[in-house]
Design a binder for this molecule. Structure first.
Ligand code: ZN
Length: 344
């Protein structure tokens, strides 16, 4: 049996994404096959496509961590129901170690992300462990459901668990147009914080305000650190949520209040910031690293979506077969929110 995918046979630029026939994947013990209906893009897709040195690719490799679809077949002993509408948790872990047992599966030594270290959702069919299935919130379109998992999970751990954001705090959310930031802005507002968002483009500033940001700093026109000091009456931000890295990381530390927290993930623009360590120890700034979030947290996120308290932000929806165009749009930084691929 065969199915179709938008797979890569080698790493490289967006053109390596090719429509092709692949063998229909068969679910093993405690695994399920999902008929993919929508898959959302993440920066991880771009890095994996360009080539990550620590990965051993099994070509044809399918990218795609954010998957929504229907259960199509059950492997031996798998829990699930054929036809069930599901959202797939993007992280796969061993399920038996102390970290997994403690609800910290994203700290499991076996932790993998779908479409990076495993086959992902850029295909009509994907096989995942049965414990990765979560019920799809009712009333959501496929493209909305696929836009939730990775960015909301990441934002939840950063804002709720690491940032400990509380009512009345001032939170600086860097790069408002990203999926993670569009989720973080909503979560911070839900928790009663005041949000200062940043963006490089005036058009994105309008959208950040519409999402609930109280202030937006357009960093191509204003000095970020100076403006944060003005907006916080010289105090600085209680919590900074940033996934940009590079120079933005340095500015994030400078913009934090004495004793404030900087939560960092992703480092999409650079891994090696220039940093004056006195700005960390003398002002007692806490720097916290974050990657993904636990599967348990995804249940909480989906409950908030079901209640209508947060919503996925979509930039554009394209057919899976236009994945190369979608990758170029993400790489150009043109998107506000998620780019989602629909699978026919
Ligand atoms: Zn484990």
């Amino acid at each position: 049996m065969k199915t179709e995918a938008m797979a890569i046979l080698s790493t490289g630029d967006a053109d390596v994404l090719q429509r092709m026939e692949i063998d229909l994947p068969e679910p093993g013990p405690r695994e399920v096959r999902v008929r993919v209906r929508a898959v959302a893009l993440n920066h991880l897709d771009v890095w994996t496509r360009r080539g990550l040195p620590h990965l051993r690719y099994a070509f044809p490799h399918r990218l795609g961590a954010d998957i929504a679809g229907e259960v199509d077949a059950l492997g031996p002993g798998a829990v699930g129901r054929v036809g069930q509408r599901v959202v797939v948790a993007p992280g796969v872990s061993c399920g038996v170690c102390a970290r997994c047992a403690g609800g910290e599966d994203n700290l499991c030594r076996e932790y993998k992300i779908l479409g990076e270290s495993t086959q992902g959702g850029y295909a009509r069919h994907v096989v995942v462990p049965d414990r990765n299935l979560l019920p799809c919130p009712e009333g959501l379109a496929w493209e909305e459901a696929a836009a939730i998992p990775l960015c909301f999970l990441t934002a939840w751990q950063m804002v709720v668990r690491k940032g400990g954001v509380r009512p009345g705090q001032i939170v600086l959310v860097q790069a408002a147009g990203s999926g993670v930031s569009s989720a973080a802005i909503q979560l911070c507002k839900l928790l009663g914080a005041e949000v200062i968002a940043t963006t490089r483009s005036p058009e994105k500033a309008t959208r950040a305000i519409a999402l609930g940001a109280d202030h937006v700093i357009v960093t191509t026109r204003e000095d970020l650190v100076k403006r944060v000091r003005e907006l916080t009456l010289r105090r600085g931000a209680d919590v900074v949520i940033e996934h940009v890295g590079g120079e933005v990381f340095e500015q994030s530390v400078l913009a934090a209040a004495w004793g404030g927290r900087v939560v960092t993930c992703g480092a999409t623009s650079g891994f090696f910031p220039k940093l004056d360590l006195r700005q960390i120890f003398f002002r007692q700034v806490e720097v916290l690293g974050s990657t993904m979030g636990s599967r348990r947290d995804l249940f909480e996120v989906l409950a908030l979506v079901q209640q209508g308290k947060v919503r996925p932000v979509l930039d554009r929806v394209l057919p899976l077969w236009s994945a190369a165009d979608a990758h170029r749009a993400l790489e150009n930084g043109a998107a506000f929110g998620k780019i989602v691929l629909l699978v026919d």
